[in-house]
Write a protein that binds this ligand. Structure first.
Ligand code: TRP
Length: 334
């Protein structure tokens, strides 16, 4: 059975961008693969080292979001990254196999550096060793369970490419040890925001969270961007430039062809169309929110799930490390 590894940083609640970008895929794939889902608390600290409370709090939230989205703890191991010390060890070994300029060339890292500089100025906080190296630690996440497949959103592709380079290099120096992982993108690897921005993102404040209630969603949807040329409610409009239509499509509203033709013919007003979207979204989110509630009421169960997932991952990581130490001639006293 092939192995999947993927995960998220515990820095906030998950939204529809996460869901359609990757979570939905993970939920489908968990039945056919040995599945590891990591809560990347160590990686979250690279940006939040001065805010450990935030990371701690969000570990719980992320676990709840995973379970709510349909990750089945009988199928998948949900685990906490910091409890797998093998990842820290592998990170050190891998750090010899990548140059500093190569880390700077990673497009996602580059973009994140620009964002930091926009906020803190060029002199700002500076780029830490930990931040620049997080793709190396991410390679260790993938390698510690010798994963074959990594289901992610498209911003993570440069990290997977970097992981492949490091692991190929490892294999060529120390002998065949690791699988070379393949990324797996969903059919919608990037979800637009309600404001029409190309990306739904917490920092852009344009997200619908999986745990948003009806009132919150209603407010957000009412402010969504529609065709600017449509002034009166019976003007014909172009659904292809409308975020409301985009979301009807995204959540696969069975009514979609009616929505489209009525919009084009000037037979539906935007407010009506938005109300219909709010209903459809609540319908879509209902099973997710019901599962969240179920687990929210059982914190010991969630803790048990994380413990079991972490133990299973640790066991697998120990097997992998045994081979790594042999191949690197570090297997003293055995
Ligand atoms: N970088 C990912 C994010 O920001 C989280 C992550 C950490 C990850 N390690 C990983 C994803 C390994 C895939 C594989 O959400």
């Amino acid at each position: 059975m092939k192995t999947i590894l993927t995960g998220d940083r515990p820095t906030g609640r998950l939204h529809l961008g996460h869901y359609f970008g990757s979570l939905e895929n993970r939920v489908k794939m968990q039945y056919d693969y040995d599945t590891y889902i990591l809560i990347a608390d160590v990686q979250a600290l690279t940006d939040n080292f001065n805010n450990p409370e935030k990371v701690r709090q969000n570990v719980k939230e992320l676990a709840l979001d995973y379970l709510a989205a349909g990750i089945d703890p009988k199928q998948a191991h949900i685990y906490i990254q910091s409890l797998i010390p093998e990842v820290a060890e592998l990170t050190v070994y891998f750090s010899n196999l990548v140059t500093v300029p190569r880390l700077y060339r990673n497009p996602t890292t580059k973009y994140e550096i620009q964002q930091k500089q926009a906020v803190f100025g060029k002199e700002g906080e500076g780029i830490t060793y930990g931040f620049l190296g997080y793709p190396v630690s991410q390679t260790a996440d993938i390698a510690c369970v010798n994963s074959n497949i990594v289901p992610v959103g498209d911003d993570q592709l440069p990290h997977i490419e970097q992981a492949r380079e490091i692991l190929r290099k490892f294999n060529s120096i120390y002998g065949e040890t690791f699988n070379i992982p393949e990324p797996c993108l969903s059919s919608t690897p990037r979800i637009k925001g309600l404001d029409g921005n190309e990306k739904m993102s917490k920092s852009l404040n344009n997200c619908i969270y999986l745990s948003d209630d009806e009132e919150t969603i209603s407010k957000k949807v009412m402010s969504a961007v529609t065709d600017p040329n449509k002034i009166r409610k019976d003007d014909p409009a172009n659904p292809d430039v409308c975020m409301v239509y985009y979301y009807h499509k995204l959540i696969r509203n069975p009514n979609i062809s009616t929505v489209c033709s009525e919009c084009k013919n000037g037979e539906r007003g935007c407010v009506y169309c938005k109300r219909e979207l709010v209903r459809a979204l609540m319908e879509f989110l209902r099973p997710i929110q019901e599962r969240r509630k179920y687990y929210e009421d059982k914190p010991e169960l969630v803790e048990e799930i994380l413990k079991e997932g972490t133990e299973a991952t640790k066991k697998k990581a120990e097997e992998v490390m045994k081979r790594v130490r042999e191949n690197m001639k570090l297997d003293y006293f055995e």
